[in-house]
Design a protein around this ligand. Structure first.
Ligand SMILES: [Fe+2]
Length: 270
């Protein structure tokens, strides 16, 4: 065995950092060849969408393969344990003049009441970050502050006390973010000749059911059919039974959501 075979996917210090601060930067995660193929494929996807050809992202071989790539899955195992399921993959090409995104968090829970299990978003910056188009803002340690997803949107994309700006990343770098970490994209001038190639893939830890992404069954079936389960070793990533359809519960919840929810739960499941 080489040293690489036995080295932990994420050092103890980095694991501790992730759980405390809520994020972990993985510089140069994707090698140059794979990165070039992903960028070419994202260009294809942008062309398809312009022609109203909306294919599932898992059906694109390079981006689909990214969702179960050992490079990331081995690291997520170190951070989340052996079982977790993919929630979604999004791919986008941010052009110059992109309007950015206000402060928010992306943890899937309805309503937002606790952080008992981990959900992560992996942000892939295929063309890196260089201070143009949009900077990533994060507020370290905010993942444990329970707020609605858009509850801090009124802060726009301003600095917050303790927030960090990520504006320098080499192409092919990734950041694993606890999905509940407060983050934003601050619009920046420039980048006319260099769009920002961005993919995010999110995963939910096993142990509770999570609100589903639309068409989760269809997407997971397609992923498995295309072999993204890597001969059974990664089938667990595409397990639709880990999710529930929130919309079906909305009405009943709204009706009962009065005063303290703990009172509604009295005697249930304890
Ligand atoms: Fe987000």
């Amino acid at each position: 065995m080489t040293q690489t075979d036995t080295a932990p996917a994420v050092s103890d210090a980095d694991q501790e950092f992730f759980h405390r601060e809520g994020y972990l930067v993985l510089p140069d995660l994707i090698d140059a060849d794979y990165n070039t193929r992903l960028i070419a494929e994202l260009d294809e996807l942008v062309q398809h969408r312009a022609a109203k050809d909306h294919r599932m992202i898992v059906s694109y071989p390079e981006m689909g393969g990214l969702t179960s790539h050992p490079l990331i899955i081995n690291r997520l195992r170190a951070l989340m344990g052996e079982r977790f399921a993919m929630h979604h993959i999004h791919s986008a090409r941010h052009e110059a003049g992109n309007g950015g995104v206000n402060w928010h968090q992306d943890y899937e829970q309805y309503p937002q009441t606790n952080r008992s299990h981990i959900m992560v978003h992996v942000f892939y910056y295929l063309s890196g970050l260089n201070g143009t188009v949009g900077d990533l803002l994060v507020l370290p340690r905010s993942q444990n502050v329970v707020v609605p997803n858009g509850g801090m949107g009124l802060f726009g994309t301003q600095d917050l006390p303790g927030s960090l700006v990520v504006d320098k990343l080499t192409p092919g770098s990734a950041i694993i973010v606890h999905s509940a970490l407060w983050h934003a994209r601050r619009p920046k001038p420039g980048g006319e000749d260099q769009p920002r190639y961005f993919i995010d893939v999110s995963y939910c830890q096993h142990g509770v059911l999570w609100p589903a992404y639309p068409r989760v069954d269809e997407i997971n079936s397609k992923a498995l059919e295309l072999g993204l389960g890597r001969n059974g070793t990664c089938d667990f990533l595409y397990d639709s039974t880990q999710f529930f359809n929130r919309r079906e519960l909305d009405e009943a919840f709204k009706e009962r959501n009065k005063g303290s929810i703990a009172l509604q739960m009295k005697g249930v499941g304890v």
